[in-house]
Ligand binder design. Structure first.
Ligand SMILES: Cc1cc2nc3c(=O)[nH]c(=O)nc-3n(C[C@H](O)[C@H](O)[C@H](O)COP(=O)(O)OP(=O)(O)OC[C@H]3O[C@@H](n4cnc5c(N)ncnc54)[C@H](O)[C@@H]3O)c2cc1C
Length: 380
């Protein structure tokens, strides 16, 4: 019987590959399993904020220049009306997930992680995972980095997420366009937004928002494309987005959840790659420390403590979300955003990972008339 892996990781997206890389560098015997063969596509806008770049740098996995496209101008709109274009801001980068994820997994493999791709886990029982080829892999610690529909979360909690709180997103990869500006539309859907991200080989156009508030998502996409004046030239694809519905207890004992599986997506911006990278890293370090202490079951306590800053940021964003998206205050927020150069720049600094939500919250609240609170318009 082969010895158990120190760490077994299910899912080789940014969270899983970051975990595998850090674990391998720490000298753990680890393997990462993914049902897909890489390179594989992943539905995503591919916007890498400064926060994502920082985490990529932190784990020594900054992709080569040809995997990243640098932009420093974003145009914001609401109801099709420009709210202002921000130029000269801290840069953001665009990427294709097919290339980014393959790069990260390769880095994990180079560091010594065993890569088991094209294999689907069929069950978790005790400290063993069975694969669809009949193999049974024993582990001392396990990280479920298997995405928003996480089978690991279903195994632990019966469901991967709460259908009332989850987001949904639709995207198309249209041919490249001449207009190279990034565009974000705050009202393309209810409690969500739309985006047009021009890349060298394609234009990624999408909408994403709370599923419960947008039963007719495809109609919203058609409306958004009409607003952009862009015909649909590619198939529409959809995917759930854990839009701020994070798990306060991301796992159980020696089984941890990272990235989308733990619900670590910003409820306003929809950014998930940065938290996936960071939570994967933190989960691997928690496993390393718990194993070193001879207490694999203590991994969750260590991990939950390490995740506190991410949980705090997501809670703050959830507090601010009604202000940005609700029918009552959304117009007010848009006006404040349009009029205030500093609010725009703080928003960009937030995307760059150079500012946090309390600053935006304070600046917006300072402009919020009292009657908005009094009339309870934030809940609509
Ligand atoms: C339309 C859309 C646009 C988005 N745009 C952006 C953006 O521009 N910027 C941003 O930062 N975030 C964006 N996000 C969010 C971002 O894509 C996710 O937060 C991020 O991919 C999470 O990484 P992860 O590693 O946790 O999960 P994933 O990237 O989903 O990786 C999970 C991996 O697990 C594997 N897997 C799944 N089930 C199993 C199984 N049973 N067994 C084995 N393996 C399994 C999958 O094949 C996959 O490789 C977007 C999301 C959507 C849906």
């Amino acid at each position: 019987m082969p010895a158990p892996y120190d760490l077994l990781i299910l899912g080789a997206g940014p969270a899983g590959s970051a975990a595998a890389l850090i674990a391998a560098l720490a000298g753990l015997r680890c393997a990462v399993v993914d049902k897909a063969r890489f390179p594989r596509d992943k539905l995503c806008g591919g916007l890498l904020t400064g926060r994502s770049l920082r985490h990529l740098t932190e784990i020594g996995s900054l992709p080569p220049a040809d995997v990243l496209e640098r932009h420093d101008t974003i145009a914001f709109h609401r109801h099709g009306r420009p709210l202002g274009e921000i130029a000269g801001c801290p840069p953001v980068h665009l990427t294709m997930r097919r290339r980014l994820d393959a790069h990260l997994l390769e880095r994990a493999g180079d560091a010594g992680a065993e890569i088991l791709c094209g294999r689907r886990p069929t069950g978790i029982e005790g400290d063993r995972v069975t694969l669809d080829d009949g193999r049974s892999l024993a582990f001392r610690t396990l990280i479920g980095a298997d995405g928003v529909n996480s089978p690991t979360a279903r195994h632990l909690f019966g469901a991967a997420h709460d259908p009332a709180k989850i987001g949904f997103a639709l995207e198309i990869e249209n041919p490249p366009e001449d207009d190279r500006r990034l565009r974000v539309d705050f009202d393309a859907v209810r409690w969500g937004y739309g985006w047009r991200f021009p890349k060298a080989g394609s234009t990624t156009i999408g909408i994403g928002g709370l599923q419960s508030r947008n039963p007719a998502m495809k109609t919203h996409l058609a409306g958004y494309l009409a607003q952009l004046g862009t015909p649909r030239r590619a198939p529409v694809k959809g995917h759930h987005l854990p839009f701020g519905d994070f798990r306060r207890h991301p796992g159980r004992a020696n089984v941890l959840l990272a990235g989308d599986a733990a619900g670590l997506v910003d409820p306003i911006t929809g950014e998930g790659i940065a938290h996936a990278l960071d939570s994967g890293r933190l989960a691997a370090l928690a496993c390393r420390d718990a194993l070193a202490a001879g207490d694999p079951a203590g991994a969750l306590t260590r991990y939950t403590a390490a995740l506190r800053p991410i949980h705090r940021a997501l809670s703050q964003a959830r507090l601010l979300r009604p202000l940005v998206f609700s029918a009552g205050s959304g117009d007010f927020f848009a006006r404040a955003f349009e009029d205030s150069r500093s609010l725009k720049h703080h928003y960009m600094a937030l995307l760059a990972g150079e500012a946090e939500y309390p600053d935006i919250l304070r600046r917006t609240l300072l402009r919020l008339p009292r009657r908005l609170w009094r009339h309870g318009v934030l809940a609509r």
